[in-house]
Design a protein around this ligand. Sequence first.
Ligand SMILES: CCCCCCCCCCCCC/C=C/C(=O)SCCNC(=O)CCNC(=O)[C@H](O)C(C)(C)COP(=O)(O)OP(=O)(O)OC[C@H]1O[C@@H](n2cnc3c(N)ncnc32)[C@H](O)[C@@H]1OP(=O)(O)O
Length: 674
Amino acid sequence: MAQLSYVSGSVGLITLQNPPVNVLSAATRQGIMESMKKALNDPKVKSVVICGQNGVFCAGADIKEFGPNISGPSIVPLIYDIEVANKPVVAAIEGSALGGGLELALTCHYRIAHSKTRLGLPEVTLGLLPGAGGTQLLPRLIGIPASLELITTGRHITAAEALQLGLVDHVTQSDTVDSAVKFALSVEGEPLDSRRISKRPCPHLPDLDAVFEAVMQKARALQYSFFAQRAVGRWSMPSGASWNTSKARPVHRAAVLGLGTMGRGITVALAQAGVSVVAVEIQEKQLNEAREHVYATLERGAQQSGVSPSCANITYSHDIQAVADVDLVIEAVLEDLSLKEKVFQQLSAICKPGTLLCSNTSSLDLNCLASQTKNPELVVGMHFFAPAHVMKLLEVVYGSKSSPEAVATAMQLGKKMGKISVAVGNCRGFVGNRMLKPYIEQSYFLLEEGATPELVDKALEEFGFPMGVFRMSDLSGLDVGWRVRKEDGLAEPVGTSGQITRLRGGRRYSPLGDILCEHGRFGQKTGLGWYQYGRPGGRVAKSDPWVFNLLEEYRARLGLTARPIDQQEVLERCLYSLINEGLCILEEGFASSPEDIDVIYVFGYGWPKHRGGPMFYASMVGLATVLERLDHYYRSNPDVPSLKPCKLLRQLVASGSPPVHKWKEITKKIQNRL
Ligand SMILES: CCCCCCCCCCCCC/C=C/C(=O)SCCNC(=O)CCNC(=O)[C@H](O)C(C)(C)COP(=O)(O)OP(=O)(O)OC[C@H]1O[C@@H](n2cnc3c(N)ncnc32)[C@H](O)[C@@H]1OP(=O)(O)O
């Protein structure tokens, strides 16, 4: 299970031979021990290289051996023997070096890795701690903060990151074993004391307590997120109706109306949940494309999860009459109020009595749609996020007349579809998109004042968002917001000359997004947006000098002087304005708890889970700090109302900044007074 051979005259090459991933089974451990002994006792051998067969170094302990009766040599003395060896030992790392495999590499005196290698200590994912020296050796090599992160998350890192951290000595793109052998030859006879990691002192950190506190905060945020995810199921409405007083109706047959991107995703999600679906699209061509798309998505999903596809559950029609006997309809036609109103009138006339009528609108007033029907109590919003069969979040929106039973049914259907459903009130943009507005607005203002899309995105991505605001906007399409702004009378043609106005109704407004759209730059789909993507539909964002020129010309036209903006300001202005909007939503009762808001942001908007969500994050930063910074920015930007701290924030700070789970007592008091 481990073979010793001799190469280049003086190098003993030990090859782990336990296919497919060279785990440290009893026979492999025995093989390594015997080969090491032979190599160290052989005077011809001046150095040793350890590698794995078939391009994989070692995937760690043999998990199948775990249990009370492990036999064979213990892994710990085995790796200790390597470290104290009096000849240099070099690990030639390819493929994977995980768990005990990485610990084996850490006891070697040098580590050479191939550029495609993955390294990590994934024991935590198996409910274990690294037990063969990893917890002691890694901090001595790469420091405590980086080690803590790797050990507590189990994350696999690339060779490039390993090199940057100092975990490996060299990364090669060519033959790893050849490189390691050459390297071994070059260090033969050199002193080894400084190469024995266990002999190094554990790094002294003046702020060790702060480092551990940061890790504990992450743990607290993750635990909070775990409970918040469950708490949102215990929904309530301002009327007092709630999950435990409202009974959901069974939904055996549902219809999806409109088979664009959202409708197709919703159809897939319903079929995968075992609900029989009537999929309706009046345009023949779109219907045929949707049928193929849904079929292919279900096939792919079935292959991945090893179950049979659920296509048999779906019938397609171009006639809206096909929805006559379903239990629930989800309307997903174009985001156009008059079109949707017409659809709701038709649904109300066609559907059997008691059918629940749901809209997938992301921005329109649910009460307007409900008012078109005979039974507005049967109308709720089911706001899915694209792609609807993948994204976990569902906002279930209740209008002023929605019945608790309708809300309960939509919540339960969401659960059946594998979604995390959050019940929210019917305000503009509901909860998620409403909070996004000040966040995006601030990012535009930052550009006007001197920032670049790259600087803003970098700050947000380092905070933990998978994408910064500009990359995210390019992905979702800049034209969507432009259409809404035009409908709201905000976006006016800017052109290349003439006056640009930055005030709308006494509030500051940045037309930068509109200017991009006027140039046909709608983001990834057109290949150009805040970044350039090479081609329409391209995914890789590259900086675009056109955008820098635009920003310079724009500032010049307005007489604005660019000033240096740091990451801290980006975070404070973007995140605190978003947090402030969330607090307004709580104050106004459109969300019933901070947990609701946090779950929406973590599962629908990429808020980093280890930061809990905007409300939890605010309480971690300190509500008084958030208030002080918002006050500061509002003083210098009195024409930006989203920076004005809301009543609830002031009240919470005045009440001693209670933890998130106690906020309800204060929101209730404010709501009672309203
Ligand atoms: C309950 C109490 C327990 C007490 C135990 C006390 C023990 C004391 C020991 C003391 C010290 C031990 C210290 C070390 C601990 C460890 O190392 S724990 C293991 C850590 N390693 C891992 O978690 C790696 C797991 N593997 C992977 O991530 C992937 O397999 C891979 C290496 C990245 C390769 O992926 P891929 O190429 O996609 O192949 P796969 O299909 O996933 O795997 C191929 C086959 O190999 C099997 N396999 C993989 N890893 C292991 C393993 N560590 N042990 C056993 N078997 C493994 C995998 O099952 C596949 O097999 P088949 O299914 O038969 O094809």
